[in-house]
Ligand binder design. Structure first.
Ligand SMILES: NC(=O)c1ccc[n+]([C@@H]2O[C@H](COP(=O)([O-])OP(=O)(O)OC[C@H]3O[C@@H](n4cnc5c(N)ncnc54)[C@H](O)[C@@H]3O)[C@@H](O)[C@H]2O)c1
Length: 440
């Protein structure tokens, strides 16, 4: 099948590449000429395990191509996936300008019947807006070409995106056109071979399902974070509590880890967009409002713990920071806790030497030319003469550090752990002062 994917970010590039991997002819469109030049040059603009090799394999096979030519892209695919960003607007609502721009380009240039599939995370009712934008453009051209709009929200996780796309736990299709449904079934049959994981529903429910999923996951995190803060006060251990409640099959173990707050390109913006949607529809989502507030506070928790330990004036102090990405296995720093912490530490007069296996170029872009933020070539190198180590991202390579090296290189042998990576008793037995979240 000829498929166009619009947007070559985390979702679009993975979608296009995986669709090519199973034999489709895929043309990926992006308006960013830098990204397309990079991709045509055999490099990929994001860090995503397994993706680079897959892009190379499918490009070499001639099944995967990249362009900035919107007209060519609109004329290419019988199916057009929209996977552009939906960042938060000023009021928290999802900014739909990129989605509608993509829809207009389709309407302006499509040449035959087209199925337009919305993969971006969008508020309920967006499929109608996409339909209107395409109709308007067709009307302007005096063209009478049929099309349908499908909602197909994406559930992949950054850091495991290729795997998630190749082996989805569910594929949600919101559609009202039987031909479009059959076409989506045929596209996804390559990914859900052992049993049917395709869930068919109406378009509005599909749009809401994506927000509901992210809101639920964010709720679990904020719930555990607040409980961890209580555990800190009452001398209980949140890890033991996590195991105790996770063993209940109605609760389960996933997404119950306490830490220094969630970030990333999805949870914060989707929680805000859902809150906005509720407000616009005169409905209260008071639980979700609390989830957001709890997370904002949690992102400042490490700074508070550092100030409790070292005082509020941190001038003359230097901190080693392990991890910059919002989570492991990605270079994405959108809404990352590290950004809040870096600004807070620099604002209090401290200097930082940071290390992250893949996100340092992104951090350099976000904090340009600030000599108080330096980067180290390795995790160990970052430690040298630091007053303390602060762990912000749960990269695997941080899980089993050499305690003797920590003791030798750190000036004050203090470790703040925003991801609860270690056993407090072991750290203390090693002569390290260990300050984590909700653990004894
Ligand atoms: N990142 C994730 O883990 C994830 C997971 C599930 C869903 N989503 C959702 O998927 C959508 C895309 O997210 P992302 O993280 O891939 O975004 P991204 O910012 O990484 O990529 C978006 C890309 O779209 C391009 N673009 C914008 N307007 C365009 C247009 N009119 N035509 C062509 N290209 C255009 C941009 O240049 C950019 O390269 C969002 O709605 C997001 O909420 C993201």
């Amino acid at each position: 099948m000829n498929i166009t994917v619009i947007g070559t970010g985390y979702v679009g590039l993975v979608t296009g590449t995986c669709l090519a991997e199973v034999g489709n002819d895929v043309l990926c469109l992006d308006l960013d000429p830098g990204k397309i030049a990079m991709l045509n040059d055999g490099r990929i603009p994001i860090h995503e395990p397994g993706l680079e090799e897959m892009v190379a394999r499918n490009t070499a096979a001639g099944r995967l191509r990249f362009t900035t030519d919107a007209a060519k892209a609109a004329a290419f695919g019988a199916v057009q996936f929209i996977a552009v960003g939906t960042p938060p607007g000023e009021d928290g609502s999802a900014d739909l300008q990129y989605v509608l721009c993509a829809a207009r380009n389709i309407g302006r240039h499509m040449t035959s019947h087209t199925i337009v599939v919305n993969k971006s995370t969008v508020p309920v009712g967006t499929a109608d807006a996409v339909r209107s934008a395409i109709c308007e453009e067709l009307g302007r051209r005096g063209a009478d070409i049929s099309f349908s709009v499908v909602s197909n929200p994406e559930f992949l996780k950054e850091g495991a995106a290729v795997d998630d796309f190749m082996r989805p736990d569910r594929v949600i299709i919101g559609a009202d056109d039987p031909h479009a449904v059959e076409c989506m079934r045929s596209i996804y049959s390559a990914f859900i071979r052992n049993h049917d994981r395709l869930m068919l529903m109406d378009i509005r429910s599909a749009e809401l399902t994506k927000y509901a999923a992210n809101a639920m996951l964010a709720t679990r995190i904020s719930f555990m974070n607040e409980l961890a803060n209580l555990a800190d006060k009452v001398d209980a251990d949140i890890e033991q509590v996590r195991v105790g409640i996770g063993s209940d099959p109605r609760i389960g173990f996933d997404f119950l880890y306490a830490g220094c707050g969630y970030g990333g390109s999805c949870f914060p913006k989707d929680v805000r967009a859902l809150l906005r949607m509720a407000l616009e529809n005169s409905t209260r989502l008071s639980v979700l409002k609390a989830v957001e507030e709890a997370n904002e506070a949690q992102k400042r928790l490490l700074l508070r713990k550092i100030r409790d330990r070292f005082g509020s004036d941190l001038s003359g102090r230097r901190f080693a920071m392990w991890g910059l990405a919002f989570k492991a296995n990605t270079n994405d720093m959108r809404a990352a806790t590290s950004r809040v912490l870096i600004s807070g530490l620099l604002g209090a007069g401290a200097r930082i030497t940071a290390y992250d296996p893949v996100a340092m170029p992104e951090a350099r872009r976000l904090f340009p030319k600030d000599s108080r933020l330096a980067f180290a070539a390795s995790a160990v190198e970052a430690l040298r003469d630091a007053d303390a180590l602060v762990i912000v991202t749960e990269w695997k390579e941080f899980r089993a550090p050499n305690h003797a090296v920590l003791r030798e290189l750190l000036k004050q042998r203090v470790v703040f752990d925003g991801r609860n990576l270690y056993k407090p008793a072991t750290m203390r037995a090693s002569g390290l002062e260990y300050i984590c979240i909700g653990r004894r």
